[in-house]
Each structure stands twice: as C-alpha cells, then as structure tokens.
Design a protein around this ligand. Sequence first.
Ligand code: FES
Ligand code: FES
Length: 630
Amino acid sequence: MTDMIVEATVNGRRQRRPAEPFQRALDFLRDELNLTGTKEGCGAGECGSCSIFVDGVLVKSCLVPVAKIAGRQVDTVEGLARSGEMTAVQKAFHKAGASQCGYCIPGMVMAATAALRANPDADREEIKERLGGNICRCTGYQKIFDAVEMARDVLNGKLSASIFDEVDATDGKYIGVNVRRIDAPSKVTGALRYAGDMTMADMLHVQVLRSPHPHARIVALDVTAAERMPGVEAVITSADVPGQDGFGVFVHDQPVMARGKVRYVGEAVAAVAAESLADARRALAAIRVEYAPLPAVFDPEAAMAAGAPVLHDYAPDNLVKHIPIRKGDVEQGLRDAELIVEQTYETQPVEHAYLETEAGLAYVDHDGVVTVHSPSQNITHHRHMMARILNLPINKVRMIMSPVGGGFGGKEDMIYQGMLALLAMKSRRPVRLVFTREESIASTAKRHPSRTTYRMGLTRSGRILASQISIIYDGGAYGLSTEGVVRKGAILGGGPYNIPNIQIDTYGIYTNNTPSGAFRSFGSLQSQFATESHLDICAERLGLDPFELRLKNAMHTGDLTHTKQPLRSSSMSEVLEAARKVSRWESGVPNVRGAVRTDLGGEGARQPCTLTPRLSSENAEAPTARRGAA
Ligand code: FES
Ligand code: FES
C-alpha cells in the first residue's frame, strides 16, 4: 500500500486517488481512472500515443511521474468531446479517413488540437512539424495532415462545417468511392477498447519468464518458490499443457512455453498470474531455471552445412522447406548468353513495430468455455490450434478478435494466447497480459532475413536468356509462416519478366535467431528487391537504360509464368511507361542521364523533409558539397 494521494482536475472533474510513487501519469489515468483513450505505444516518449494536456500543455504521459500532475488541470482525449459532440479535429479525422487501426489516433488528435490552438493558421508544413512527435504506422500521414487542414479551415470559417457530413455519391459504385468508416468515431474519441484496455472484475496480471540463451537444454525448472509468493495465483510451464503442445501457421512446431530446451533469446519458459504486475514480476525472479547451453547457429547457410547444430529432431538438416522451380534449360541459356552477371543480395530482419503491442485477456466463462480476447489476424486457425493445445472440444474454446492496433502480418502468429488460456484455467480467474515494447521486439517474429544469389545470362541487346536464383530465408527458431514465405518467394522470385530458362530454389532454414514470420508482402519483397537490384546492375553493365531493359523483358498477355501458368492479362508495359512518365525519368537520374539530377527541387517535386534532424542554417546549404566532402 502507499500513502501517496494524488489530487488533480481531470477532464474537468476533481479526482483524489491513491497512487504509487513509481506510477507514471499514464498508468494513473489508465489504471486508476479507467481513461484508456490514452494509449501506451512505446513507453519511452517516442510515439506520442499517450499525449495529454497538463495545464493546457501537450505532454507525453509516459514520461510524466504521477506526482507531477498533482494539483494540475489534466485533459485526455476523452475530455475533448465531453459534451457528446465530437470536436472539429475529431470530425475531420473521421471525414478524411485519417484513422486506420486507430491506435495512434487519440494521441494524434491531441497533438493536432494542440497544433491548431498554438497557431490557428498553421500551414501544412507547420502542422507536420507540430505533429512530428507522434508516430503512425498505418496511414502514411497524408490523411492525417489533410484532416488537420480541414479542421483548421472549418474553425477559421474558410470551409463550412457541413463538409464533415458530406459523403460521396455512390451511384451503385463501390470502387473508387470514399466510404465513411463506421468505427472511426470510437477511434478518434479514444472510446475503442483494444485488448490491453480491457479489464474484468477480479482480473490477474501476467508476466512471462524468457530465455537468456539462444540454445540450451533446460536441466531443471523449479517454480515452487514463485507459487508461494504473496499475490501469486498461478504459475505455468510446459508441464501444464494438457494437449498437443505446438502452434505455428504451417507447421505446429512451437511449444506454448519451452519444452526441454530453448531455441532463441526471449523464448517463453514460464508465466505467472498475480494480483498485480509488481507481484508477478517479483515471482518471475523466484523461478529457478538451470540451463545447459548448446552450440547455436545464427547464419542460415551455416545451419545448412553438415555438422551444424540441430534445432529440431524432426529436421536434422535444419530445413523448414525447400521449393524448387524449373523451366527450360538454364545451363543452355547461360551458355548462349553474351553476358553473365552474378551477384548476392541480402535483406535484414525487420520489426513490425505496430503501435499496439501484443496483448490479451482470457477467462473461463460460466459454461466452462475458455475465452481469449486478442488482436489476432487468424482467429479461426488460432481457435483450432488452441483446442488441440488445451485438449478441449472446439465448442469449449472461444477466440474473440479484439481491435487490431496494427498487425502487418505480425499478429497472424499465436504467440502468447496459449499461456493466457492456461493461466485462466489454472487460476479460474480472468488474466491479462500486455507486452512491453521491449518484450514485443525481443520475442515476436520479424520479417524473414534473406540471402539471394542471382546468376543471369543476357544478350548484349538486353534479352534475358536464363536466370538461376537461390533464396535462403532465415526462418529463426520456429516454423511459423516460413513455409508460405518460401513458396511466395519461389513463385515471384524471377520477377515479372519473361525468361525462357529459369531455375529457382528457395529455402527456409531454422536458426537460433528470433523466429521469422509474416510481414507485408510475405516473402516477395526480399526476392523483388534482389531481382530489381540485379536488373539495375545488368543495365549498367550493358550500358542500357534500366527502363528499356525491363520493357524488353516484361511479361505480356499469353506468356507463361515461371510456374507455367499462361497469363490471361498483363499490364506490365503500360505500368512501366506510366512510371517512366510520372517520375520524369527522362529529366535525369544519376549515372544514367548525366551526373546531376535536374528534377530535384523542380516544379511539382516534393520538397525535402524539414523534420528531424534539423540542420543549422549554415549546414543547410550546399548538400551536394557536404556529400562530396564526406
Ligand atoms: S510517447 Fe508515451 S507511449 Fe509512446
Ligand atoms: S492508424 Fe496510426 S498506428 Fe494505426
């Protein structure tokens, strides 16, 4: 218990509540006052999703100790539309379609409100500057800036407020018509509840113990001391899994918690449900795990070599999947070529960085149905896996998709829902888990890193005769989406080019890295990066314009794809021509149309961003000279 009492005026109402000295203003608002419109994205002052006003000043509540709001006037997003009528900023966000997943939007609305209060005539550039402390992972920002300009013009009387209610005439059309998002009002007012905002009476808080080793045998795992600690209601390990312990998108090879050994740093080993987060964290420290470290492998090519450490007994060569594609005679094509270009391309793991970290709430309902709320992108598949893991009939398992605060493929994976269900069953109380940003980055799947080796044979005039391609995807410690990624990479590996002789081999490989998973483009981005980079290099070697090389080899209607499907239609050439025109390609690109780009800074060209890092005025001049000096 604490002796600290915080008194503040929050959204116009006097509040007097006990608080813990270590609490942030964000926790106080969310946990004590249930004002969950204020979101936590990063917890480190970087994203702006927790923005509030303190005495009218925009601040990030994750950086403010609760003591600092004592005696102050605090306003949250819920305070903006107190009368029940949305503000002009909120209406404009709705009208402009400026909310997608919506997780950043309460913070954006607060920052936009502050921007227009500070300068009611702010132009777009100033609006960008003033919103520079707020991150959105979904919108691309243009709609957000459109919304703030719209609100500004309505507030200034330059636009009629009736614009907020205008809708596109549909005329029976569905494509190309702006549709008002029915869920936008709840997003712009902060009323929408994501999984981490949900609470239930008697709810417990969950923390997870994670492996510090990339590869190790678990020699001993003792949770008895943790189970006896005050506030602890349940502790689980893999021994508590009653059914088939495995999940994944294509192969179900990942246990709910490490079983016998750990395969990556950050893998769940045990989980605790306790009365408070602090109790749960203390209990984690009391769990005793003895590890016997094993040799680890972090490079997929090394993992393919004979004698490499083996991660899974059922895959002695560490192979998740190999997809071979063959068309024509590659050796002959390479013999006929006048130029052979060989090159290797690599891509790195990429974090999804959705603003809403992974979160979930689970309970066993009055009919004995195990129920899990989580932002799942694959809810039916998760339900089937969960029934197998819990050894329950499907009608005793319910998965409810909560609003997804950004997913991008990363929330296809069922990572933590199994732990929540087991803890709810063991404690017979509702349980909630919300990942910290650090935990999200350390333990969840990333975009597959890749290494692509290209061998391409061409004629001097630029016709591609043969392509030999190997793509090795680092699948990390568990299969998750790797098989699908490997298939997509193989299908699209050669690019949209009509190549008579082609050989593609794609491999997904187990390593002791963080598991790789689905991420926008599902494996094709890696292969397309390699293909298009390779074509640029080939064009340079041939002395051809890169557009010409692509147009010469583009697929046309009737061509056979690499997987031998006839193309019923292809607009590749038209797309290339349109891109060439709108990019004003002929006006200059380095090393192709002269040494200096003449299109930069020209009419209609986008001006350079003036957001961070800000340059001092003397440094802001002569960027070309500075680059040269470096
Ligand atoms: S800035 Fe506070 S949660 Fe990101
Ligand atoms: S709408 Fe901004 S993070 Fe999704």
